[in-house]
Unconditional design. Structure first.
Length: 512
């Protein structure tokens, strides 16, 4: 057995012989011609669906596409997705990709691509990837249903190279506070994080905001290395527990890190999963810093990739990971898998994203941090300070400015036409003194009308100041890329602003 750990049991041998016997009869004697390869693939899928939500089989023709998410650049719209009951759900838009720039969100349901329905029909990963990936510069129209929106939102997406960098941006907020946004845990993540950390330390950083919002995870070892830069001494970071002894491991800090004494606050939300939760769980359990935002996704199962003889791959759950206090972050999956796959989406409907009182914690899974604070297991990392999803300035008109690509087209053009003047200002002066005037907003409205987006006065007035700020941020992105975008975009991010305000409290927690 490829990837097996011990000799097959008598019962397993008997069942394999029975399965082989059935396949032989079907192949030789069944009345119609059949494709036994398809029968085997279907049988494998049937076996795995009764295990857990993350044990999966990847056919040979899909493996290269799946691996490219972490290993190399590819061209497409840039989302991670799940398929459940023939419905495509956005798990997270990938940072720096076209979907993220257009405002596609976690929980969005894709119902049509280029006008053709993709809901309620048999969909596979391969089919979805075939529809959404394509050459840089090619366009695709993606129709989305979004919680809270009555009408379907159509996004005109220009495909692009999906960047595989992990650290989107790092910059100094003020003389002491640095900000680092990590979008995934890929092979290069730790080296990128280390480089950003040392750069900001050289600029005077003694307090850090580590932004893991929307980070879907990735390689566990990269998360361990990141925590080791922050935790002093020999402390447990995470441990795994599996049926096989060799899958039971403990990971400790021990190397001398470059931020063992600085203050830290971590930003998280419902899109933060897996390796992100390892980092946050270790920091929270050791009272090394504070977690701010919304409850994380809740994925605490470890998969082993097993290459099979035909170049397909089995990703089998072989252990659970636990935070230092003993918490399993994995949310429940017993019962209907429908409930598991819909859980993240249901947070929108049950009010959890808007009110901390709606967060359901398991009172039977109570744990204590190093300094005696109460934390809970069984369903993601609950933040120390909850910040609701802010929709006060949101409107259908604002959404349509992005879905029609009007905001991007206008700001790219404006940045290009005024590049010399803006570059001469420099980023700091641009941030402090450049004003998006009402005349610029009127030009944006006119540009949007040329994209068949009718002006909505009520929606515009509701979102006016947010539109003004986002216009400025996207103009800055056109000149300085993410280094220009995030310092301005974060001015309206309530989670970021709360993180900044908590620095003294985070420092007091460490000092206790």
């Amino acid at each position: 057995m490829v990837g097996g750990t011990s000799a097959p049991t008598q019962g397993l041998v008997k069942n394999l012989q029975k399965f082989k016997q059935i396949l032989t009869y079907v192949e030789n004697d069944y009345v119609d011609q059949v494709d036994t390869d398809e029968l085997v693939e279907g049988a494998i899928a049937s076996v795995l669906k009764d295990l857990d939500p993350h044990s999966v089989y990847i056919p040979p023709k899909e493996l290269d596409l799946v691996q490219s998410q972490l290993e190399g650049n590819y061209e497409g719209i840039g989302i991670e997705f799940n398929i459940f009951k023939d419905t495509i759900y956005v798990v997270t838009p990938l940072s720096g990709g076209p979907s993220e720039k257009l405002g596609i969100r976690t929980g969005d349901k894709i119902i049509a691509v280029d006008g053709e329905s993709v809901a309620g029909i048999e969909m596979t990963n391969r089919k979805v990837i075939g529809l959404l990936r394509g050459e840089k510069g090619s366009e695709v129209v993606v129709s989305i249903l979004r919680k809270g929106e009555r009408e379907v939102i159509e996004f005109n997406i220009e495909r692009d190279v999906i960047p595989q960098f992990s650290v989107d941006v790092s910059y100094m907020v003020d003389d002491e506070i640095g900000y680092i946004k990590v979008s995934r845990f890929a092979n290069s993540t730790f080296l990128e994080f280390k480089e950003a950390l040392l750069k900001l330390k050289d600029q005077g950083m003694t307090k850090m905001v580590l932004d893991l919002s929307g980070n879907p995870g990735g390689y566990l070892q990269r998360a361990v290395q990141m925590v080791d830069e922050i935790l002093a001494g020999e402390k447990m970071i995470v441990y795994t527990d599996g049926k096989e002894k060799r899958y039971t491991e403990q990971h400790f800090s021990g190397e001398e890190g470059d931020f063992e004494e600085g203050t830290i606050v971590i930003m998280m939300d419902e899109g933060s999963a897996s390796a992100s939760e390892i980092v946050a769980g270790a920091i929270q359990d050791h009272d090394r810093g504070l977690i701010v935002g919304r409850r994380s996704f809740g994925k605490g199962l470890v998969q082993l990739p097993i290459n099979l003889m035909d170049n397909s791959q089995l990703r089998l759950t072989i252990s659970r990971y636990y935070t230092p206090s003993g918490r399993s972050i994995q949310k429940p999956y017993e019962g209907k898998l429908e409930d598991y796959h819909m859980e993240a989406y249901k947070r929108f409907t049950n009010g959890e994203l808007y009110n901390s009182d709606s967060i359901k914690v398991n009172d039977s899974l109570v744990y204590k941090t190093s300094k005696g604070r109460t934390v809970y297991g069984g369903g993601g990392i609950t933040p120390d300070f909850f910040v609701p999803l802010d929709t006060t300035e949101n409107s259908a008109y604002l959404n349509r400015l992005f879905s029609t690509n009007s905001m991007q087209e206008f700001t790219v053009k404006y940045a290009d036409e005024n590049k010399k003047t803006i570059e001469a200002m420099g980023l700091e002066e641009f941030r402090s003194s450049f004003t998006v005037t009402d005349k610029i907003l009127q030009d944006l409205i006119s540009s949007a009308e040329s994209n068949d987006l009718s002006f909505d006065e009520a929606g515009f007035n509701k979102s006016k100041e947010l539109i003004r700020l986002l216009t400025k941020a996207y103009i800055a992105r056109g000149i300085w890329d993410n280094d220009g975008f995030y310092p301005i975009f974060n001015e309206q991010d309530e989670v970021f602003l709360k993180a900044i305000s908590l620095m003294n409290e985070a420092n007091q927690l460490v000092s206790k």
